[in-house]
Design a protein around this ligand. Structure first.
Ligand code: MTE
Ligand code: MO
Length: 263
């Protein structure tokens, strides 16, 4: 949105727009423009307005106030670029060890998923072998940390969407709730994800990096790789997965970062 659009906008207000508009905040200005377009020019004016992301700009402005709609329009349909081997950052950088305490036994680890398949159970438990028996996908993608740096890694694992279809009660994706939360076994780190991003074909339950089993510092035995989101959402050492219609808590969102953290 630039000054040109504001001029188009002002042109829709018939009565001495300049004097009134100068006194208004930018937001008020835009709202006045929308109101003027709607009441004076009507739908036709809306349709004549320039397009932004394929939407007439007054609609775009309205949608910006509604993140649920915006993420549907702009969020999960995008895919991250797939890169080539020569781009991989070696040695791999490690960042973040919240929830990765020392007294951890990979051998006795299971993945806890709720709600369970059976209404009689609170949660289901899955082994790494069960996850590794799903089709294996490999990809080379960027990981963008919100601190401003980017690394490229070669990841391998099972699609989260395949895990959901095979092992959870949500065989029909239309029955899925709006969110999924994931946390480390000790609860020290946790992320909330919109279900569209979680079910994205590039979202992996990852157990291998650069052709080797994940190391503990990178999240062994199982981490999330979700390249449509910033690094913060790529939770290492997943212990629990919880599907829900209430937006799950998110460690970094609670520190003031954007909850969606989409790229
Ligand atoms: N359990 C856990 N997962 C985590 C973090 C963390 O502190 N604890 N940090 C996140 C952040 S901020 C980034 S950038 C990536 C870094 O992944 P890497 O260490 O494998 O490079 O992990 C994410 N996953
Ligand atoms: Mo990060």
């Amino acid at each position: 949105m630039g000054a040109n659009t504001d001029k188009d906008d002002a042109a829709q207000v018939p009565v001495d727009p300049e004097a009134r508009v100068r006194a208004m905040s930018r937001r008020g200005f835009v709202m006045a423009g929308i109101a003027a377009a709607a009441t004076l020019a009507g739908f036709e004016g809306l349709m004549r307005a320039r397009e932004e992301d394929g939407l007439a700009w007054p609609l775009r402005r309205i949608l910006q106030g509604n993140e649920r709609v915006v993420r549907g329009v702009l969020g999960a349909r995008r895919s991250a670029p797939l890169l080539t081997l020569d781009r991989v950052t070696l040695p791999a950088r490690v960042n973040g060890d919240l929830g990765l305490g020392d007294d951890f036994d990979s051998a006795s680890w299971t993945l806890t998923v709720s709600p369970a398949l059976s209404p009689d159970d609170d949660a289901d438990e899955f082994t790494l072998d069960q996850i590794m028996s799903l089709p294996k996908h490999e990809m080379i993608t960027e990981l963008h940390c919100i601190e401003g740096w980017t690394i490229v890694q070669r990841w391998a694992g099972a699609r989260f969407s395949d895990f959901v279809a095979r092992y959870t009660r949500y065989k029909d994706p239309r029955s899925l709730p709006a969110y999924v939360g994931m946390s480390t076994p000790d609860g020290g780190y946790y992320v909330g994800l919109d279900i569209e991003a979680a079910m994205h074909p590039q979202t992996l339950l990852c157990y291998e990096m650069n052709g080797e089993p994940l190391t503990l510092e990178h999240g062994a035995p199982l981490r999330l790789v979700i390249p449509v989101k910033y690094g913060v959402k790529n939770i290492k050492r997943i212990g629990e997965v919880t599907f829900s219609n209430a937006r799950p808590d998110d460690y970094w969102a609670q520190q003031g970062y954007d909850w969606y953290a989409g790229l």
